[in-house]
Each structure stands twice: as C-alpha cells, then as structure tokens.
Design a protein around this ligand. Structure first.
Ligand code: FES
Ligand code: FES
Length: 208
C-alpha cells in the first residue's frame, strides 16, 4: 500500500495561500489599531491599506470635526470611542436591535452597520444632540411622561427612531407605529409605553 502523502497540486497551494491570507486578515481584525499599525510594514500592501487611516470630516450634533479614522471603523465605534458620545448604545453590533440608531442627514441608520468613512461631510445627530440645551426634545419628554423605558439601554435608539418615525409620517396608528419601530428591540418590553409616547408627540402636532 502506498503510504506516501499525495503531492500538493497547484490548487492545494492556492487554497493554502488563501487560507493563510484570510487567517491573517481575521487575526488583524481583532488586534488593536496601534498594534496593527506597528505590524503593517510586514503586511501585504492590500492588507495594510485596510488599516491605513484616512481623513474624515463630519458635523456631529452641530460641531464640525476633522478626524483620522481607519476605513474599517464603524460610525458607532467612531461616535463612542473616538468622540466619546456614549449615549448611542452597542447592543448586538450587527443590525438586529436598533440600540445604535442615529440620524444621518435626518435619516435614521443603524450606526453599527455603517462605516464612518461613508459619511464624509454629512450631518450626524445622536441622542446627545436632540435636546435644546437644558430643554428636552418633545420625544424625550413624552418617553419620561409615559415611562417608555425600564433599564434604559435601548432608549437612545428608541427615541432616535421614534423621532424619525413621526417625521417620516409613519405614526398614523398604533399598528403603523409598531411596524415602523419594529427594528428597535426592547428586552424590558416597554413597547406599549413607547407607542403611547410616540402617539402623544404625533397627536400634539409638535415640531420634531
Ligand atoms: S447595535 Fe446596531 S443594531 Fe444592534
Ligand atoms: S428599557 Fe430595557 S431594553 Fe428597553
């Protein structure tokens, strides 16, 4: 019986190279930025480019920022870790819970699913930018009045979505509100109170 291992073919070689490169990319995804930068000299040029910082201009809550970011940085991580705006929460980090909802040029987005560099020159509003100084936004007041939260972890995302829901004209009925707020999950189950808060703002005809 032939016990010699099969000679590697060109296909095997290519597969091994692919696996090596994928493992390298995966490994570096979980390595902190400074470590990656230190090691980038040893990386393939294409891999290094993924970690090379680029300049990004953003208006966040009315403040203009000129930032240096890695292309792989999500808008959520940029807000929380670079700008220290921790009101926007990280729940699932893959688009399932809505805790990270912010407004980009007035449209609601899941900031965990969006690379920061995609928003060059855009206007970002987070929960910190909703109030007018000491005066709460009408939606914030309504959430307080109707107990639209328990632990509060989902609340910033709920409020940002609720404002968008009213602005979009999708708060015409309880069923419509529930449908257009369905991307925002509340583990505490405060849904009825959240709907009541949104209905009050919508029925009050206040500018949101
Ligand atoms: S953290 Fe973004 S959707 Fe859950
Ligand atoms: S208030 Fe606790 S998750 Fe919504």
């Amino acid at each position: 019986m032939n016990t010699e291992p099969d000679k590697p073919t060109g296909h095997d070689e290519a597969r091994r190279n692919f696996l090596k490169q994928s493992s390298l990319l995966t490994a570096f995804t979980f390595v902190p930025g400074p470590v990656v930068q230190a090691a980038s000299g040893e990386l393939d040029e294409k891999v290094a480019a993924a970690f090379e910082k680029v300049t990004l201009k953003l208006d966040v809550n009315g403040v203009k920022h000129k930032l240096s970011v890695e292309p792989r940085t999500t808008l959520l991580d940029l807000l929380r870790e670079q700008l220290h705006l921790t009101g926007t929460k990280k729940g699932c980090d893959y688009g399932q819970c809505g805790a990270c909802t912010v407004h980009v040029d007035g449209q609601r987005v899941n900031s965990c699913l969006s690379f920061a560099v995609m928003h060059e020159g855009k206007k970002i509003t987070t929960i910190e930018g909703l109030a007018d100084g000491d005066k709460l936004h009408p939606m914030q007041e309504a959430f307080v009045k109707h107990d639209g939260f328990q632990c509060g972890y989902c609340t910033p995302g709920q409020i940002m979505s609720a404002v968008a829901c009213v602005r979009e004209g999708h708060a015409g009925s309880e069923a419509e509100i529930r449908e257009y707020m369905s991307g925002n999950i509340c583990r505490c189950g405060a849904y009825s109170n959240i709907v009541a808060a949104i209905q009050e703002v919508k029925d009050g005809g206040q500018k949101v």
